[in-house]
Design a protein around this ligand. Structure first.
Ligand code: PMV
Length: 320
């Protein structure tokens, strides 16, 4: 085999963001907006990348230079992933294509990293296990951005809805058949690492206060895990409200997201919260079926864009 196409899902954080960077658990779900990567083995020892969604056209360099010199932002994860996998002979031509905008915060960098490692694992005949794919992908994320819990990598690989502990110490699928969440995009692009660093600064100044916030988030995640398994959406929504309160304490709520979250609650949602780093990207809500359409309208009235997704979908897979 010389050429393969694989796809991996995007993700949405349900509970536990920020605390999961510091040894606490979170819950993440995979969404049906997928990243696709076609990887082809070529004879010349050249690395070629086309990733039009992130403005990378015909990016080329010798395989021996992987990871060296100035790497354009949109090429970093794929290039470092290839370097970490280690390709012994010849070169590679890679094209990535996303079904979703990289602005949404659905984890396009993590999903493309996972796609490339999975594709190389198949093309090389090494057939890595999901755990090995996780470890190589997570190393890539840390090499590129220095920080991160790896929850997004786990969602891209395993799919479904996962209870996840920092660095993949625990990756436990929560066996459910559906997850009726509503998603609103704020239109504000955020840089996750910048926000993680701001929270870190606060934790440096008020270590006891912030540590207690993380401990409370941990308790709430344990409770949410049970409520999700029981499909008790009302409780899951209420726990979202608690989690949002604690994220507000960390200072990452952001006015626009808060407006959308409060609008969703006022329109009859069981609960709503931000999803991910905060300050921008997306919020999520859970509502009784009779209120779903008014909640969506309220989110749009508050200036958000409703994104119709299906959650709890399949992880990385071979397409052709
Ligand atoms: O901004 P996102 O959607 O990539 O989520 C970040 C979640 C954090 O917990 C803040 C960081 C992490 O790596 O877990």
């Amino acid at each position: 085999m010389k050429k393969i196409t694989v796809s991996a899902p995007g993700k949405l954080m349900l509970f536990g963001e920020h605390a999961v960077v510091y040894g606490r658990p979170c819950i993440v779900t995979a969404v049906n907006q997928r990243m696709h990567a076609t990887v082809e083995l070529i004879d010349q020892p050249i690395f070629q990348l086309n990733a039009p969604d992130v403005q990378i056209k015909n990016y080329k360099k010798p395989m021996s230079d992987l990871g060296n010199g100035e790497i354009p932002k949109g090429a970093k994860f794929v290039e470092i992933a290839v370097g970490n996998f280690g390709v012994r002979k010849g070169g590679l031509s890679i094209t990535t294509k996303s079904e979703f905008s990289s602005q949404f915060g659905f984890g396009s960098s993590s999903a493309s990293t996972v796609c490339v490692i999975k594709a190389l694992s198949e093309l090389s005949g090494k057939k890595l296990s999901n755990r090995q794919i996780f470890d190589l992908s997570y190393k890539t994320i840390l090499d590129v951005q220095g920080k991160g819990s790896g929850f997004d990598i786990a969602a891209a690989i395993y799919g479904g809805t996962l209870y996840f502990l920092t660095g993949g110490k625990v990756i436990k699928p929560l066996k459910i058949t559906s997850l009726p969440i509503i998603v609103g995009y704020s239109g504000i692009k955020v840089d996750t690492i910048t926000i993680v660093n701001e929270v870190l600064k606060k934790a440096g100044k008020y270590p006891k206060v912030i540590d207690r916030v993380y401990n409370n988030i941990e308790r709430l995640v344990e409770q949410a895990k049970k409520s999700i398994l029981n499909k008790d959406w009302q409780s899951v929504g209420e726990l979202m409200n608690f989690n949002e309160g604690l994220l507000a304490v960390l200072g990452v709520e952001g006015k626009k997201l808060a407006d959308m979250i409060y609008a969703a609650r006022d329109a009859g949602a069981y609960g709503a919260k931000l999803s991910g780093a905060g300050m921008g990207d997306c919020m999520i809500a859970l509502a009784p079926p009779s209120k779903v359409s008014s909640v969506k309208k309220a989110i749009e009235k508050a200036g958000g864009q409703v994104i119709n997704i299906r959650a709890n979908v399949e992880g990385v897979r071979i397409e052709s």
